[in-house]
Each structure stands twice: as C-alpha cells, then as structure tokens.
Design a binder for this molecule. Structure first.
Ligand code: MEV
Length: 407
C-alpha cells in the first residue's frame, strides 16, 4: 500500500521494463492513467507537445528511470529521474543505499519566497533613497498583493522588500520584493508583482523604471540537506578519508569545484526533468550561489566525523514547483509526481537536493577509489551496443526505402 512504500526493490535493475512497471504498480501509488501511460512507453502526445511550445515538429524523448533506496526525512521515496547519461541513476541509487544505513537524508527549505527585482536608473539623492522607500514600504507590499489575489487567497503574497544600491554615482538602484509563492515556481507571480509595484517605486524614489523581473537567485529559497555515512558503508576508512580529501580539493580549486558541482547537478537536473521543473532556472541559481563569495565553491562538502564516518551537507537555492508549468500538462510528469507523492514544493526541493547529494557522494567515492571509468565505461558500452543496433536498424530502413524507390 502507498503508506508503507519501500524504496528498496530487490533486483529492480535486472527485471524487464514491464516487470519494473509491475513493481511500481504494486506499490499502489500509480493511478490507472499513470500506469497505462508507463506501460505504453511514456512520452508526450503530439497534441500536448504542440500546445506546450511553438513550431513543434515532433517529440524529443529521454529515458525515464526510478532511483531506489532513497529515504528522505524519515520517508522512503521512489525518485523519478530523466537523464541521458549512463550511470547517473545507478550511482544515485547506490549512494542512497549507503546513506539509508545511517537513517537517510535530512533536509529542509525554510520558505518558498521568490525574489522580484525592480530596476531604477538615475535615482536622485541615492543616500536618502532607503528612507523614501521605508515611507512607502507597506503601501508597496499591499499593491503587490493586490496584483496576485489568487496567491494571497492561498496564503502567499508579498512579505518584505529591500533596496540595493548598485551604483550610487549613476543613481542605479534595485528594489527587491520577497514574495511567498507557495507550491509554484513563482516566475509569473513575481513578474506580476514587479510590474504592479514599479510605478509606486518610481514615484517614491524618483528616477526611471528599468527592468521588472524575477531573480533566479532566490536566496530565501535555500534548501539544505545533510547525510551521514559510516566508513564501512563507503568501503572502509581509507576511502572515507579519500572522499573528505576530494571534498577539500573542490573547496580549494574552482576547476575542480565546477566538476564536483556538475556531479551534484546530475542528480538534481535528472529529477527536475522528470518532474517538469524549470531546470534552467535551477542551474542558473545553483552556479550563481556557488560563486556568491567571489570564488566559485562546491555546493556540497564532506567532512570526516569523530566516529570515522562522513557527513555531507549540500545547500543551494532551489525554486521547485508542484503546481503550474508542465506539472499538470505532461502525462509522464504527472506519473512521476504520483510516484514521488511529495506534499508540496518545499518537500520536492528537499528530495531534489537529496538526489544531488547522493550523486555527489557516488562520484567522489568512485573518483577517490577505483576511478570513474570502470563503472562508467561498463554502462557506456551498453549504450554503444544500443547505438550500434539503432544504426543497423536505420541502415536497414534506409536500404529498404531506397530499394522501394522512395529516395
Ligand atoms: C560526471 O557526469 C560527473 C563527475 O565528473 C562528477 C565529479 O567529478 O565529481 C563524475
């Protein structure tokens, strides 16, 4: 039954595709529609695709997988992932198995506040602009709320604002509004708030309104996830120490940190794609956050604990959504949500971050141990075999078409 779902499904990877769907259906999580969709091979109907974008000519497919063994905040979760790179799903599942031996991932996202930016140019007397803004503070928040009544009715709305002086001599300032967007990604909501409040801000501060748009660095939407692993779980004390040294390497070197972070995003992006999230915004925010100190840094670090194990912490801004965008439109995304059954956007962000931290642990363990290539290449060869088969089939089709005088 759905309440007692285990994310450990023995031998899942050895089963046929149909048997894997059987196992998912057996959890009781899937609706009849979602089960039918998966049994039919997933994907996106052309009619839906045509409504989602412009100039559509076909659908572009990716494998939809499920990462196993995840336990997040005391709950087992089946984690859908859409990714073309071999070994990402296996690696995340493997690391999640190690982490669950110590109780699983623990994480939280404190708020779902997105940031709206209103640019003002040539503001006079920038030194006193803060005082002028303080005088209209409540009025601006009320005007912002009035522009998004549906959001306010759902418990969201404008929470706060602040002034940032970008160039005093030019009179270039930005007003940032913090908007609680609940379970939405929030881009449309905060853009609406930015546009609705801009005239008031211009009247109060002077100068000329410039851009009115969200920031993809939602610092009030930080998600933080922790995981502990014992030395035995990662393969022994020397390997645990080597993982901690690998983490230090990333802390000291941006050339390494970017690859370390890419490994984290392997997990986060794969879940994002499967769940129909705006992965470009997540990527942009993650890398900006990594470099916020002025030096590009790792988003996750691993340190040795006194007990000789490892503790990993990952922190990044993450604008996740369980409503809006393609979350209700795409049948595969709907099925993925049924499997994951998160309570809202904040829980989704925690699961995504857990997938990122798991991917990071798996990568560091492989790199610090036997190297990445052995496991990677085994899975790559499987892909090459598929490519060769597809090439042969395409060749046969071309040959048949040519024989038939079509070309
Ligand atoms: C490959 O997709 C990801 C890794 O390069 C990450 C890392 O080096 O930490 C293995």
């Amino acid at each position: 039954m759905a309440d007692t779902v285990s994310s450990r499904i023995a031998g899942f990877y050895q089963r046929s595709l149909g048997e894997r769907v059987d196992a998912l259906a057996g959890t009781g999580l899937l609706s009849a529609e979602a089960e039918r969709h998966l049994r039919a091979g997933g994907g996106l109907g052309l009619e839906v695709a045509d409504r989602m974008s412009e100039n559509v000519v076909a659908c572009h497919g990716l494998p939809l997988s499920v990462a196993l063994n995840f336990r997040v905040n005391q709950r087992d979760v089946l984690v859908p992932m859409a990714v073309e790179e071999p070994s990402v799903v296996a690696a995340a599942s493997n690391a999640a198995r190690m982490v669950r031996m110590s109780g699983g991932f623990v994480g939280e996202q404190a708020t779902s506040q997105m940031t709206a930016q209103v640019q003002l140019d040539e503001v006079p007397d920038v030194a006193s602009a803060g005082l002028r803004l303080a005088a209209v503070h409540d009025q601006v928040l009320r005007a912002g709320d009035a522009a998004v009544p549906g959001l306010v009715a759902r418990g969201g709305g404008c929470r706060d604002l602040e002034l940032r002086v970008l160039d005093e001599a030019e009179g270039l300032v930005v007003v940032q509004l913090y908007v609680e967007v609940g379970d939405a990604m929030g881009a449309n909501l905060v853009d609406t708030v930015a546009e609705a409040t801009a005239p008031l801000l211009e009247a109060a501060l002077g100068g000329r309104v410039g851009l009115r748009i969200l920031s993809n660095l939602p610092l009030r939407r930080l998600v933080r996830v922790r995981a502990a692993v014992s030395a035995e779980a990662v393969g022994g004390a020397p390997l645990a120490a080597a993982i901690a040294r690998a983490s230090r390497f990333a802390e000291k070197d941006p050339f390494r940190a970017v690859t370390h972070n890419k490994g984290i995003m392997n997990g986060i992006d794969a879940v994002a794609l499967a769940l129909g999230q705006d992965w470009r915004s997540i990527e942009a925010g993650a890398h900006c956050y990594a470099s916020l100190s002025g030096v590009y840094r790792p988003l996750a670090t691993w340190t040795l604990t006194e007990a000789g194990g490892l503790e990993g912490v990952l922190e990044l801004p993450l604008a996740a959504a369980t409503v809006g965008g393609s979350t209700r439109v795409h049948p595969g995304v709907r099925a993925a949500f049924e499997l994951l059954r998160v309570s809202g956007a904040r829980e989704l962000a925690v699961v995504m971050a857990a997938a990122g931290l798991a991917s990071n642990l798996a990568a560091l363990r492989a790199l610090a141990g036997e190297g990445i290539q052995k496991g990677h290449m085994k899975l790559h060869h499987r892909k090459d075999a598929v490519a060769a088969a597809a090439g042969a089939a395409a060749g046969a089709a071309v040959a048949a078409a040519t024989r038939g005088g079509v070309r």
